[in-house]
Design a protein around this ligand. Structure first.
Ligand code: PGA
Length: 247
């Protein structure tokens, strides 16, 4: 049985529930995780039989009785809406000002609330050109995972591996220019080796960035690449039905 995971990140799409529900039904397959915009979570969750639901972000504070944080959504609210995964630190959020420190707090809050964080890391084109790929990713992991250790023992059992990392080179996202499977593999091995310093288990690591039904197989054929975080192609029903055949 395949243990590969496909996470469909819908971003700020589609425009209405009318479009979202048929897409959710097509994407409803074992080992898929669907991340719709917040307003669609509950309705999308209702049509899913096999997929799990993800949110695209969460707030780092989670006071038991709620709180005065206009515009934010808490881990408890997400759990209440049927969410079990949450994307943390996507490069599109980092580009709006999200720092490694904020990402660390969000990852910790997610885990403490029994949400599985999918923590995104990846270098920009300039960083790649400057030969700083490993340096950047090391920093993102070191700071991003720095608070996770505080709750790594006790409730969080190593066996359940409740944290996922997505390697998404910024320059490969939404450009149609993916990282080569071989280079992605190299970095994913590096991420798994580095994660040992912060986690009591080796996390699943996904590749993301211009993945579609034509190239998906070239990544997930490697045992170290545990699946993919897919953006654009996850909005196309034909693409989705082709991609889930790999699971
Ligand atoms: P893409 O997006 O598949 O459209 O490149 C991936 C992502 O942003 O997670």
């Amino acid at each position: 049985m395949s243990t590969k995971l496909l996470v469909f990140n819908w971003k700020m799409n589609p425009v209405g529930l009318k479009e979202a529900l048929p897409l959710a039904k097509i994407s409803d397959y074992k080992n898929t995780v669907i991340a719709p915009p917040f307003p669609f979570l509950r309705e999308v969750g209702k049509v899913l039989k096999k997929s799990k639901l993800a949110a695209q972000d969460l707030f780092w504070e989670n006071p038991p009785a709620g709180g005065a944080y206009t515009g934010e959504v808490s881990a408890s609210e997400l759990r209440g809406a049927g969410v079990s995964y949450v994307i943390v630190g996507h490069s599109e959020r980092r580009s709006l000002g999200e720092t490694d420190e904020i990402i660390a707090k969000k990852a910790k809050t997610a885990l403490a609330s029994n949400l599985i964080p999918i923590i995104c890391v990846g270098e920009s084109l300039n960083e790649k050109k400057a030969g700083k790929k490993e340096e950047v990713i090391s920093r993102q992991l070191r700071i991003g995972l720095s608070l996770v250790g505080q709750i790594a023992d006790g409730r969080i059992k190593a066996k359940s591996r409740p944290l996922i990392i997505a390697y998404e080179p910024v320059w490969a996202i939404g450009t149609g220019d993916p990282e080569t499977p071989e280079s992605a593999l190299e970095i994913i091995r590096f991420i798994k080796a580095s994660a040992k310093s912060y986690l009591p288990y080796i996390p699943k690591v996904l590749y993301g960035g211009s993945v579609n039904s034509k190239n998906l197989g070239n990544y997930i054929k490697y045992k170290e690449i545990d699946g993919s975080l897919v953006g654009g192609a996850s909005l196309n029903k034909k693409e989705v039905s082709r991609m889930i055949k790999y699971l």
